[in-house]
Ligand binder design. Structure first.
Ligand code: NIG
Ligand code: FE
Length: 419
């Protein structure tokens, strides 16, 4: 099998260790090596070792010059809403003038506005819009990305969104993990008589989930469990049904107000509970005692202009495992720049750079049930790598908002290359 040697890196940041979510003492050291190279065979990493030793051992390997940059595991963005139509820039000014996120939603904007728009678009149109957006994620170092449906909210438009994700999986070298988010909102037509929210929930459970399962369209089901959207009781019902249809589960939990969603995530053994800016002390304790990964999305609070960020240090001190992601979506986090999330993780969430890197790689992979496959540079793991034009990993969060990714690879295949 063809071999490639990634050489001439100022640092190789391995994030190596157990293939599971890291917490406690395992969440300290990102494994920063100098003088090292990475040997890849086909789609796998076979060695991370001193460069001169690997050069001697594998003289026939194709040489990939890291140009004095920093080589890391490909970033794992475990939370995006990549399937949408138009942007929603008008809401940014509405918020600046004092309207809240939920006020805009109550007036038919927010998620409802994206739903109206998506329903008018064909599968081809949605595919053509999503493709360059995912390429831009890869151009910032992301090689694994979770992509949710959730702007269709009808049987047909949700299935159409998930089929677009399947086409993206075939079209791009990135690893794409599909999530069914039919429970992103209660669609407007089910909020007013004669139709009811119970009817929409029944539609999810009895029509959407069986179709998602029959076509094998998703790995996860997610829900927006939040006061004013889905209650804890409704969420328990929908997620239990999703699990019975073979899906793993995730929740948008305690994003804006505390509502017991983190506790529900722990109770149900969800793979991850995401957002958590408004998590309660009981929620922190529940996640710390569970295997559920707490996925923090600091870009969302930044973009919404809210002061409150998820209590990352309290979660860590309690013993929870945390991951970072972009929440890329048209309403609350229109960014593809994962390194910017590292900046926010250090400056707002008060993580060390090593913690931020582990949260963006191995723990992101754990939030997708993939920690034994990706998220670290170690023998046997997928050849998922990102190369940045910096000399020290601490520069990655430092040059904030900058574009420093020189290249990224998923399973040995280039997702992004610069000359
Ligand atoms: O993660 N909170 C729910 N979903 C998205 C926002 C969706 C939107 O506003 O379009 C989020 O913040
Ligand atoms: Fe989200």
């Amino acid at each position: 099998m063809p071999q490639s040697l990634f050489f001439n890196a100022a640092q190789v940041v391995t994030c190596a260790g157990p293939g599971r979510a890291r917490r406690g003492v395992e969440f300290r050291d990102a494994g920063v090596l100098s003088g090292h190279a990475v040997l890849v065979e086909g789609d796998r990493i076979v060695a991370v070792a001193p460069q001169d030793a690997l050069e001697r051992a594998s003289p026939q390997a194709e040489r990939i010059d890291c140009r004095g940059g920093v080589l890391t595991p490909g970033l794992v963005d475990s939370h995006t809403h990549g399937i949408f139509g138009k942007p929603r820039h008008e809401e940014q000014e509405l918020r600046a003038s004092g309207l809240g996120y939920m006020d805009i939603a109550k007036q038919g904007g927010g998620i409802h506005s994206s739903v109206r728009d998506l329903r008018t678009r064909s599968e081809d149109d949605l595919f053509a819009l999503a493709l360059p957006r995912l390429r831009r994620l890869a151009a910032h170092g992301t090689t694994t990305v979770e992509v949710k449906s959730g702007y269709g909210l009808s049987v047909e438009a949700e299935i159409r969104s998930l089929r677009v994700i399947r086409r993206l999986q075939d079209a791009l070298p990135m690893r794409i993990v599909p999530t069914f988010l039919g429970a992103h909102e209660i669609p407007r037509e089910f909020r007013a008589a004669p139709r009811t929210r119970e009817e929409y929930i029944a539609l999810i459970v009895h029509e959407m989930l069986p179709l998602v399962q029959a076509e094998g369209l998703a790995r996860f089901a997610d829900i927006f469990c939040e006061p004013g959207v889905y209650t804890v009781r409704e969420s328990r019902h929908i997620l239990t049904a999703a699990r019975a249809h073979g899906l793993l589960i995730k929740l948008h939990a305690d994003e804006l107000e505390p509502g017991g969603a983190a506790e529900l995530a722990a109770e149900l053994g969800a793979t991850s509970a995401d957002h958590l800016a408004a998590i309660s002390d009981d929620g922190i304790a529940a996640l710390a005692a569970s295997p559920t990964v707490a996925t923090l999305l600091p870009g969302t609070m930044l973009f919404l202009g809210r002061q409150q960020q998820a209590p990352a240090r309290a979660l860590l001190n309690a013993g929870a495992a945390i991951a970072l992601a972009t929440d890329f979506n048209p309403g609350t986090s229109p960014t593809v720049n994962f390194p910017l999330m590292l900046t926010l993780a250090v400056s707002q969430l008060k993580l060390s750079v090593a913690e931020a890197m582990l949260a963006a790689t191995v723990n992101g992979a754990a939030a997708l049930g993939l920690a034994a496959e990706t998220g670290q540079l170690a023998p046997g793991y997928a050849a998922d790598l990102a190369l940045f034009e910096i000399e020290d990993i601490r520069e990655l969060p430092y040059w904030y908002g900058d574009h420093r990714c020189l290249a990224s690879w998923s399973r040995g295949r280039a997702c992004h290359l610069t000359s």
